[in-house]
Design a binder for this molecule. Structure first.
Ligand code: ATP
Ligand code: K
Length: 396
């Protein structure tokens, strides 16, 4: 989303910081929706779910309630303004991507955290309504559901105030076994950077260990990637701005974008190597230090595939050692609202990939889904169903 983002500082501490492993569900302040059932029932349903012939898309990420207010202008200090309209919709990059994958008729699970509040109920209901499995959506009683106030001004500018809430706080320092098992049985795992880095890294590592492809959308937090993380990521997906930020390189022309993608293939910076060496020196101790992501013995490496989203200019996939594949944006009849285009693109690409389409076909499928998305207001309401995408592709 474009505009000014005012973010309330969110501590990345975990309620579980004094608990090394979340092995005892009884003592965990996190209450998964499934925990309301007896454990043996949960295990039973898990076996049934995973017997599906199509290994699911598993999205681990953020879920938000986005409060949209349409205003003439921003209020001045001390001023109260009446909005022209107001609407609250489910959002968050994780929930958006899960919604998109499910709407494309692919079995999809969402793993994330909400608070025990009305926004949480709204988000869970929206995910369920789109066909997303929310068995592993956890309720954190001590945190509010992540939410954002999106102020849409009449000059077309958006200003956003974001409260991370349960997206950024209250995660266990070690993820529950159920989450990691689900990830290991996925067809593909989608991650974004709106939840804490240590959570992302644990998921990526579990997926990678099980041979499950990992797609990391670079949208969300702006800090550098944790060392080692890219070892476990198969596809990194930034937009132009994120690519420039990650690499510190210009991304104006295609040649510059190609150079920046090349740098992503080689993201072995001095800091990452130094941290990696200190991991090795710390050895086993590192496992137990809260905030340390993963202790892995591999030298930090870059990422082999970079999927760059270029707005109305389209997209490009850079695979290390191969010729880049470019895809133009599919012309939309009328561009109404580009919110959610990036999430739609990433999720549709992942669905196409797990269904076995070629890389070129994946790009086309994703471009068609995103083209439909920009023609409808909002994020999740604009995500297309499978038939609409196929119809659009057939008439191209
Ligand atoms: N005006 C447009 N017309 C048609 N397709 C578009 C348009 N804008 C974006 N797209 C499609 O959506 C894809 C993703 O858009 P974009 O590059 O804006 O992602 P993003 O910056 O990550 O988006 P977001 O605003 O969701 O963060 C593009 O690669 C393109 O295929
Ligand atoms: K939209």
């Amino acid at each position: 989303m474009n505009g000014t983002t005012l973010s309330t500082p969110q501590p990345h501490h975990s309620l579980h910081s004094s608990v090394t492993k979340t092995t005892s569900l009884t003592f965990s302040p996190i209450q998964s929706l499934t925990f309301r059932h007896r454990t043996h029932k949960r295990n039973h349903s898990f076996r049934i779910r995973c017997s599906s012939s199509r290994p699911p898309v598993v999205v681990v990420g953020s879920a938000n309630a986005d409060v949209y207010v349409e205003i003439e202008r921003l209020p001045r200090e001390g001023e109260t303004l009446a909005a022209k309209s107001g609407q609250t919709l489910a959002g968050g990059k994780g929930a958006n991507q899960a919604t998109c994958a499910a709407k494309l008729a692919y079995p999809t699970y969402f793993v994330g955290q909400i608070g025990d509040d009305a926004y949480g109920s709204l988000v869970a209901a929206a995910l369920r309504g789109a066909g997303v499995r929310v068995d592993q959506l956890s309720v954190v009683a001590s945190e509010p559901t992540g939410h954002a106030v999106v102020m849409l001004q009449s000059n077309g500018q958006n200003s956003i105030i974001y409260i991370g809430g349960a997206n950024v706080s209250g995660w266990p320092s070690a993820l529950p076994r159920e989450h990691l098992e689900l990830v290991a049985q996925a067809g593909i795992v989608l991650l974004q950077r709106e939840i804490p880095d240590p959570v992302i890294a644990q998921v990526a590592q579990a997926a990678s260990k099980a041979g499950v492809p990992v797609v990391l959308d670079a949208g969300g937090m702006e800090g550098p990637f944790p060392p080692q993380l890219l070892n476990f990521v198969d596809i990194l997906s930034p937009n132009e701005t994120e690519l420039a930020r990650i690499t510190g390189m210009p991304t104006e022309s295609f040649e510059e974008i190609a150079q920046a993608a090349l740098k992503c293939h080689e993201l072995k910076n001095v800091v990452a190597i130094a941290v990696w060496l200190s991991f090795l020196l710390l050895g086993k101790i590192a496992d137990n230090v809260v905030g340390i992501v993963v202790a892995d013995c591999r030298v930090p490496t870059g990422v082999k595939q970079v999927l760059v989203k270029l707005g109305e200019k389209g997209s490009a996939l850079f695979v290390e050692g191969e010729k880049p594949i470019q895809q133009s944006a599919i012309l939309a009849k009328k561009v109404v609202d580009t919110t959610g285009a990036g999430d739609t693109f990433t999720a549709a690409f992942a669905v196409a990939l797990v269904e076995g389409m070629s890389k070129k076909e994946c790009l086309r499928f994703a471009a068609a889904a995103a083209c439909l998305c920009v023609q409808v207001k909002g994020a999740s309401p604009s995500m297309p169903d499978r038939k609409s995408v196929l119809d659009l592709l057939n008439c191209q």
